[in-house]
Design a protein around this ligand. Sequence first.
Ligand code: LLP
Length: 407
Amino acid sequence: MDFTKLASKYQTPLYIYDFDYIRAQFNSIKEAFRARKSLICYALKANSNLSVLKHLAALGAGCDCVSVGEIKRALFAGVAKYKIIFSGVGKDDGEIEFALKKDILMLNIESEAELKRVEKIAENLKITARISVRVNPNVDAKTHPYISTGLKKNKFGVDIDTAKKLYIYCKNSPFLEPVGIHCHIGSQILDIAPYRDATSVTADLLKSLKALDIDIKFFDVGGGLGICYKDEITIEPYDFAQAVLANLAGTDVTIVCELGRFLVGNGGYLLTKVLYEKYNGAKRFIIVDAAMNDLIRPSLYDAYHEIEAVNKSGGGILADVVGPVCESGDFLGKDVMLPSLENGDLLVVKSAGAYGFSMSSNYNSRERAAEVAVENGKDRLIRKRESFEDLINLERECLEGANEENR
Ligand code: LLP
């Protein structure tokens, strides 16, 4: 990756995605499930750039969406409607109606109250809603508490007994068709055991539903496969698939997985330019042009992202890499070993393809970064850098209106 060339062509801060890497990741997970019918529904919350979606759709991916905005993005990028799933604990009536009218694959139901809303809306539309129930298996994914979702104390899904009750309710409703079973226990998972445990619980439910003549076609194991940010030992796609499939012998379900980070995380880079270097006493700071508004993971989760100087090597001194935002929590890395740097030098923040740009904001009225794809050695812009016009667009007219009234 020629970071220097990309920085001079597109300026910084800049998100860069390696589309060849994303393709290889997609193919590796598809290959791991080769023995079964499978549908990889990319969790687009990880990175919802339209070109990323189009790239994955062309490989055969579906999408796991958690808002109407995400469904619209997926459809706009060319994802087939019958490969789109709608998850989330708080779908409002408008969102449910939109999803039903678009005839997507299924809605993941997260509570009894939601199931009743979906039934009512489907009845009004005179259609039958395809649904799956999100089971909370009460399994500890052993990950950061903010991204752990499969425990009773988390807001997600329903327990096994409630799930069974909901499926039986569906069976007796002309407006609900249960086609899937769903479970997602968390994100950045590095231990295979929680997957095994969670799938075992849901597979038992699947079998007991079969006995009740409720025919489930899609077994959704969620996402969450962890990636290597520093020195983590990750789960191999093959082992992940085996852990899932071990519980499904004798069944004929299509495996769905909703991976986000695994597909795009290590294919992304945040390129940033050094503005200043300074010492406060003995403490060294490298101040760069990217900030917490561009990549919030370090500030929010204390997440580690490897940071390297581009085309500079040699001895280093530990430094905190910080942005221009007016908060002490605005850092991209702490105690990073970096060589001597000066204005204009480049740093690259790695593993930034997932939950990087998609969690970025305009805090401090900073325009969000541009995004670039690199594929087969060629680069192309996939999102323009925001301008000041973009920042004030939705306010400008309101301001002018207010001024007129005051005249
Ligand atoms: N399915 C559901 C229902 C989810 O809630 C999530 C992620 C995924 C799939 C995809 O998980 P993945 O394969 O990407 O781990 N902002 C956090 C991660 C939040 C994950 C939220 N849900 C971070 O930066 O680490």
